[in-house]
Design a protein around this ligand. Sequence first.
Ligand code: NAD
Ligand code: ZN
Length: 357
Amino acid sequence: MSFRNFKMVSYVVFGRGSFNQLDEILTPHRKGDAPMVFLVDHYFEGKPLLNRIPLRGKDKVVLANVTYEPKTSQVDELARSLKEEFGTISGVIGIGGGSTMDLAKAVSLMMTNPGSSADYQGWDLVQEAGVYKVGIPTLSGTGAEVSRTTVLTGPTRKLGMNSDFTPFDQIVLDPELTKDAPANQRFYTGMDCYIHCIESLEGTYLNEFSKSYGEKALQLCQKVFVEKNHWDNESDDQLMMASYAGGMSIAYSQVGVAHAVSYGLSYLLGTKHGIGNCIVMNHLEEYYPAGVKEFKLMVEKNQIEIPQGICKGLTDEQFETMMNVSLGMKPLWENALGKDWESIMTREKLRALYDRL
Ligand code: NAD
Ligand code: ZN
């Protein structure tokens, strides 16, 4: 038996207003006049946050278009244009939701690794450390701030660049940055965390490490989405720590059925991660009875609409594509259903599940 020896984020700062410390944090990592590049979620265009970015010398702000989830072509183009403009850069700072953070991680890696980011979709294919990278979440839930992956849609698949070089060198957890997120978006991304917890805690890969973080993250999600009747600063603090702990939980276990099925939706229909997971979770009573019951309670309590009928009218061929993508996520299924998962989740059964979505 071989135990996972995993690389974690090197430095973490937490606290309301900790974003103001960014200049001080970056200074020791500046290499001569090579700039820092701030990749900022396009939501912040024209917002006050842009004026708080500690620009020096040739530093540059690049707005990240996250209308769609990150693509390998988008990463390659960003890295190419930065190399063309600057040759080398001191670092990249991703400020935004999971999409922007993933883009920042991938661009950092593609500043030093040859070829296309599509060449590195998989496990431990990245050969060189990227440039210094910092993650600053403005939405809480994905756990992208702590994970060793960056999820990219490539020419042939949707798969992360999973490697020991992928985690951020530094993260800045400032819950103030999440306060203006719309309730729906906050819910969908927050549910990504809730679902990470359920899938981790109900999975066969569970161990005390994952359980410790998973239980804490679950408790924080429950405080925010079940127990409280209003959203306040404390909720932002709690959900940010839930995301962190949920990410740490799956780092040593794995996600499960909701993610495996949701990946198929995302590949074929472009359904976004958070909402896709919610669409699937809504129909998983058989696999996670208690979690789904509580999920439905949270949906109702927070007055969120979960889309229904998104697979209506798809062709058999399209269903096949989704099923192939989904069944390709072997570790997720094994975690969820055990070593015999293939005899449990047959193609017929999965098709019937997609039909219900
Ligand atoms: P997102 O980053 O896709 O952003 C969703 C929307 O919210 C965007 O329109 C964005 O502009 C907007 N937004 C961001 N911050 C905001 C704020 N403070 N106020 C208002 N609007 C804001 O959403 P997400 O759910 O955080 O991330 C999903 C992405 O993360 C997917 O691409 C998914 O593949 C990825 N992901 C990665 C990992 C990982 O471990 N690397 C894990 C889970 C998900
Ligand atoms: Zn997720």
